[in-house]
Design a protein around this ligand. Structure first.
Ligand code: GDP
Length: 380
């Protein structure tokens, strides 16, 4: 009994998995997230192309609602110890390899979006390489499969789980889908990957699970969310245990009305507090920036952080989270590298030498990390 209690305590410390959405331009990455959030970010993007990394947080209550129709399939109640999911959207356009590398470096799991009609494209292969190099687990969303213009005579059922809608299709529609699926599995096999539809996958650890989706009809979207929860819960608990060790990456440096220059960051582990002293990589010749957090702005649930989202002022935030930081002196901050905080026990320490030494060490780490990010991109 005692050990069960202990396990429960540990579980209550799980952080939300960070899920990065990758894939070739135009495969529907933003549209899938729009569908999940009930937003229309895709329509507002210049030329429909994502040019920044975005972040969206979904609580488990939100996911429970979004996957409610899965119960018709499984009759299992939705249950998870994970607090939620933090999604990161990356641009697919070829000139944004740096942003994709950054996105893939901080995620726990990835969704690789593939357009069934186009198969594996240039940035799909590049994404596959990034995921392999970092041994990141991933699933595949086979997007744009389900529209009537895609699979022969498909009868759409808005927002339905895939299996439910699939079993109701006519025989020749099913066959058409199977043929296309088989084609894409062959393409993956040629690149050395075993793949399988997620509900037929008996070897989850070796074969990549695929979820057919339509960002337009919402079919398969509940499956995608449900699968992400299941896989993280089952195979990644250890990795997702909340730790105080601080890990945080700067995504963007931008102006926010009323706050001046701000940083959008992804907190992957640890806690960030208002009044923390942060150490951020700065453009030469200025070098490292050391400044105090003036305000922490948390975007509201299921909103896209890079949009003009509504923000709530908070005193502290725990990983995983996307959060905006307001502070003095951020004008020359560079995005892409890790950010550090001065240990709180040293913040007001009289031992100036020790404090200086620690800050120097952390500054070196921040600069080194930036060099590593640049090198990684060069080597791609
Ligand atoms: P991204 O570049 O990967 O973020 O792709 P977008 O989300 O910008 O989508 C590219 C285009 O594909 C847009 O015109 C979308 O409306 C369209 N699209 C996205 N998902 C689907 C889908 O499931 N079915 C169909 N038919 N079109 C889609």
């Amino acid at each position: 009994k005692k050990s069960k209690k202990k396990d429960d305590d540990k579980d209550s410390q799980l952080k939300s998995p960070i899920v990065v959405v990758m894939g070739h331009v135009d495969t529907g990455k933003t549209k899938i997230l729009d569908r999940i959030r009930h937003t229309s970010v895709q329509a507002r993007e210049a030329g429909g192309i994502t040019q920044q990394i975005g972040a969206t947080y979904l609580t488990k209550e939100y996911i429970a609602k979004a996957t409610a129709r899965m119960k018709e399939q499984t009759s299992k109640p939705f249950e998870t110890k994970l607090p939620g999911l933090l999604f990161i959207d990356t641009p697919g356009h070829e000139s944004f390899a740096n942003l994709r590398a950054r996105g893939s470096s901080m995620c726990d799991i990835a969704v690789l979006v593939v357009d069934l009609m186009h198969g594996l494209e240039k940035q799909t292969l590049e994404s596959l390489k990034m995921l392999t190099d970092r041994s990141t687990p991933f699933i595949v969303a086979l997007n744009k499969v389900i529209l009537i213009d895609r699979c022969l005579d498909w009868v759409a059922d808005e927002g339905a789980p895939f299996q439910l809608t699939f079993q109701r299709q006519k025989q020749h529609t099913k066959q058409d889908f199977e043929n296309r699926l088989s084609g894409i599995r062959t393409e993956f096999a040629e690149k050395g990957w075993n793949t399988e539809l997620y509900f037929r996958n008996k070897n989850v650890k070796t074969d990549i699970s695929m979820v057919p989706t339509s960002a337009i009809t919402g079919e398969g979207i509940p499956d995608l969310l449900d699968l992400l929860i299941q896989l993280n819960e089952k195979y990644m608990r250890r990795q997702l245990r909340f730790k105080e060790k601080f890990v945080c990456t700067v995504l963007e440096v931008k102006n926010t009305i009323g706050h001046g220059t701000t940083l959008d960051v992804i907190l992957s582990n640890g806690t960030l507090r208002k009044d923390d002293t942060i150490i951020v990589c700065g453009m030469p010749p200025q070098g490292t920036i050391i400044t105090n957090i003036r305000a922490l702005l948390l975007p509201s649930e299921a909103s896209e952080m890079r949009e003009r989202a509504e923000y709530k002022l908070v005193e502290e935030v725990h990983a995983s989270a996307g959060v905006r930081i307001s502070a003095n002196g951020l004008e020359h901050a560079v995005p892409g590298a890790h950010m550090q905080i001065v240990p709180r026990n040293l913040k007001n320490s009289k031992d100036h030498a020790k404090r200086r030494e620690e800050i120097e060490k952390l500054s070196d780490e921040v600069q080194q990390d930036y060099t590593n990010v640049c090198l990684f991109i060069l080597l791609l």
